[in-house]
Ligand binder design. Structure first.
Ligand code: NAD
Length: 428
């Protein structure tokens, strides 16, 4: 899933290395944390609907379980690479740590394109994935969740197969389950809402009234849609949304200068977050090139699609009007682009803080499953708000006190907690 020449794992390692240097981290801890603890590569044979057998490639990477069981999603993507999975696993470690939940970092993936797979074939991939790894994951070691192009149904198939293998019911093994099957209310909204809770706090700190701001968003999937929902509820106006067009195999930006309508766009989008361009045109949306979301004269940019989307080649296009970048996606900014953004003084809410709402709610889901008692949605969202607000406050306080860039401040807090756990366990 690399775009251009960027390798997400090298990006994740270079971010870690520069903060480890800044923190003067012990060499043993540094060596341990700059790579995954364990990783699994395997094949998943599937009997396809047309009678042939196709073999898919699967991965699971456990970056660190020093603070608790590894935690992280499983992605389905035709361009998935082990380096993307490694980077995402490492970012999960920092994410769980920065919001101070007792979990580590992991990630999984399957190289496949669900657009071209029937539901039965997808079920076979899910069951095959967990059959290959059932002894190395579990509620007390490694807990998967949905991610790009996977959802609660995929998680339930994985859980069902895991429970069949181990003989019992283990709802804490997986999160992102459908509500009524051990899932938590609010999980669908959690990542997008969580991101906007941190944006609300940032705007307060910058003394910018949210009702006077505009935003441009990349992506129209789970994260983007709920971020747009809460941001507009708070009074903000989204003027452009970019997403992938599966038919044309390029992305487009849909713009309405007086503000896009979330309901309208939801009505003309598919379950993968792709917008129907003909119907968008009929509804009066201007259709611009994919990267145009980046050069809009807005106050806030919200990359919420994939990694490496703001890079050396396009960072110069960011409008002078932009004051805040809310990184909804994982790793949307490459280190070179980040340097430029830092130089320009744009306030960045870094990915592993901004999008930690999903894993925070996953943690709530595990807590509820363990108690076998489920909270009302308001209670989940209120608890999410206080976790995200507290995490943002700690990072921004450190950034101000030590005159650090927000990303570096978030890393210092996250890495410190993991390093402490590594030392307490006597690992390094
Ligand atoms: P999703 O599959 O629901 O949506 C992805 C969106 O990105 C779609 O609208 C797609 O059209 C768009 N997209 C893909 N390629 C694009 C391109 N080149 N240009 C423009 N748009 C493009 O995924 P999601 O769950 O919303 O996740 C988005 C990002 O957020 C990913 O980086 C993911 O790892 C991260 N994330 C997700 C969660 C979660 O809870 N869903 C939690 C934390 C982080």
């Amino acid at each position: 899933m690399e775009s251009g020449s960027y390798n997400p794992f090298q990006v994740a390692q270079s971010q870690f290395d520069s903060v480890a240097e800044l923190m003067e981290l012990d060499s043993g801890v540094r060596e341990l944390l700059r790579q995954p603890s364990r990783e699994y590569h395997f094949t998943i044979p599937v009997h396809m609907d047309d009678g042939t057998v196709k073999v898919f490639k699967g991965f699971r990477v456990q970056h660190s379980d020093a603070r608790g069981p590894a935690k992280g999603g499983i992605r389905f993507h035709p361009m998935e690479t082990v380096d993307t999975v490694r980077a995402l696993a490492m970012w999960m470690t920092w994410k769980c740590s920065v919001v101070n939940i007792p979990l580590g970092g992991g990630k999984g993936g399957v190289v496949c394109d669900p657009h071209n797979l029937s539901m039965r074939e997808q079920e076979q991939i899910c069951r095959g994935w967990v059959r290959q790894i059932a002894r190395d994951v579990g509620p007390f070691s490694d807990v998967p969740a949905p991610d790009v192009m996977t959802n609660g149904q995929h998680m339930l198939w994985i859980l069902d197969e895991f429970e069949t293998i181990h003989g019992g019911r283990f709802p804490g093994f997986i999160t992102g389950k459908p509500v009524g099957m051990g899932g938590s209310l609010g999980r669908t909204e959690a990542t997008g809402y969580g991101a906007v809770f941190t944006l609300r706090e940032a705007l307060k700190e910058l003394e910018i009234p949210v009702g006077e701001t505009t935003a441009s968003v990349q992506g129209f999937g789970n994260v983007a849609q709920y971020a747009v929902e809460l941001y507009t509820k708070l009074g903000g106006k989204v003027v452009a949304i970019s997403c992938w067009d599966q038919a044309d195999k390029v992305s487009y930006t849909y713009r309405k200068k007086d503000g896009v309508s979330l309901e309208e766009l939801r009505g003309i989008s598919d379950k993968f977050g792709g917008i129907d361009k003909k119907r968008a045109h009929a509804l009066g949306y201007e259709m611009l090139p994919g990267e145009a979301w980046l050069d809009q004269d807005v106050d806030i940019l919200i990359p919420a699609a994939l990694e490496n989307q703001i890079n050396r080649g396009n960072v110069g296009k960011i409008s002078k009007a932009v004051r805040v970048i809310l990184e909804g996606a994982n790793g949307p900014t490459t280190p070179e682009a980040d340097e430029e953004i830092k130089r320009r003084g744009i306030f960045v809410i870094p990915d592993f803080l901004a999008n930690a709402g999903g894993v925070t709610c996953s943690y709530f889901e595990q807590v509820q499953c363990n108690m076998n008692y489920f909270w009302e949605k308001d209670e989940v969202i209120t608890k999410l708000d206080s976790k995200m607000t507290a995490a943002f406050a700690a990072v921004s306080e450190l950034a101000r006190r030590k005159k650090l860039y927000m990303r570096d401040a978030a890393y210092v807090i996250a890495i410190n907690r993991v390093a402490e756990a590594v030392k307490l366990r006597g690992w390094a």
